[in-house]
Design a protein around this ligand. Structure first.
Ligand SMILES: *Cc1c(COP(=O)(O)O)cnc(C)c1O
Length: 347
């Protein structure tokens, strides 16, 4: 790996961060806060939240088995994705490499930050080879994006290939594990200590059932996390979200039950899907959604919209022609979808 200083944009490496009132006060227990121009009325939301979310990080660190210094919390994982570009990629000079198809936000953030985005096509099994991926790398490649289980394809990427990328790439490898709770493979968090160039993204939006609160995590070396903390908005995770995040961590056993239910339901739904006349292929899934190739994705998508049932039409995505991406819902919702598709007549 290159040194972190070599990988980081010079303006970021040399940045003196904004120091908020709550950053500067660290010390004895205090009860009179006249430092931040807050309003003394309307507790508890009158006060600025903890800029570094220490309580939430401590609780997460216990659950995930990583140190609190190795955790960044953001306004969804989308914030972490954007910070990766802003920290490491010099606009118009540096580039990033990603598998294709994958989660659309990597390219959007690359485009916003004016960073070249190099796509390496997956094979027909939706897998990649480390050789192909590394062949797209040059001296200006700062980040590689791998999403496992991948969106929109739904499958785990091969760990053998991911491991090779981790060993052979001299920049930062981002593994997006938004759907890891639904996978039977272990999280790369267990390998964080072995790879100073690894950033693992997770989120409260999927298995944790909390998309509305906008809470995402990046796990990495303490040095990388320090860079994120330096450039993020000072109070990037609001008080209500920090509180709700803590509440969710206490409900850990509910989450395990939801995941188990969703996996059972996914199996039922995929089995019924495979029997439908309008379905040509149901792809393997390690996530809470699956991809299905149908006779005419756009016609079926529009037919479902007419019935108030919304799925994701992925037909314009490479390797996904005539594919719909189906999120596993409640059993009632899934049956509404199945009944609608049973009644579908191609016109
Ligand atoms: C849904 C999803 C996320 C979650 O993003 P948030 O900003 O945390 O809601 C991240 N990565 C992938 C691949 C996703 O599909």
């Amino acid at each position: 790996m290159k040194t972190l200083q070599e990988l980081t944009r010079p303006n970021i490496w040399n940045l003196k961060p904004y120091s908020s009132a709550r950053d500067e006060y660290k010390g004895a227990v205090a009860s009179v806060f006249l430092d931040a121009n807050e309003n003394p009325f309307n507790t508890p939301i009158n006060r600025y939240p903890d800029p570094l979310q220490n309580e939430l990080k401590l609780a997460l660190s216990r659950l995930k088995g990583v140190k609190p210094e190795q955790i960044f919390l953001g306004n969804g994982s989308d914030e972490a994705i954007d910070l990766l570009f802003r920290a490491f990629c010099e606009p118009a000079i540096d580039n990033v490499v990603a598998i294709d198809p994958t989660y659309g936000m990597y390219q959007v953030c690359a485009d916003i930050n004016n960073v070249a985005y190099r796509k390496v096509l997956l094979n027909e099994e939706f897998q990649f080879s480390a050789d192909d991926l590394l062949a797209a790398v040059d001296e200006h490649t700062k980040l590689i994006f791998l999403c496992s289980p991948n969106n929109p394809t739904g499958n785990n990427l091969l760990h053998k290939e991911i491991d090779r990328v981790l060993h052979e790439f001299d920049g930062i490898v981002v593994i997006d594990e938004a759907y890891i709770d639904f996978s039977n493979l272990a999280s790369y968090l267990t390998k964080l200590h072995k790879h100073p160039n690894l950033v693992v993204l997770q989120t409260f939006s999927k298995a944790w059932g909390s998309a509305a609160i906008r809470l995402g995590m990046a796990y990495a070396s303490a040095d990388i996390i320090d860079i994120f903390s330096k450039i993020k908005y000072p109070y990037n995770v609001n008080l209500l979200t920090q509180k709700q995040g803590l509440d969710m961590l206490l409900k850990y056993h509910d989450i395990e039950k939801w995941v188990k239910t969703l996996l059972d339901t996914r199996a039922e739904l995929m089995k019924e899907f495979a029997k439908l006349p309008c379905v040509e292929k149901v792809f393997h899934s390690d996530a809470n959604f699956f991809l299905a190739r149908v006779t005419d994705a756009t016609a079926i998508y529009n037919y479902l919209v007419g019935l108030g049932i919304i799925v994701r039409n992925r037909t314009n995505v490479v390797l996904c022609d005539n594919c719909l991406r189906i999120t596993v819902g409640s059993r009632v919702e899934n049956h509404q979808l199945l009944d609608a598709l049973k009644a579908y007549q191609a016109s």
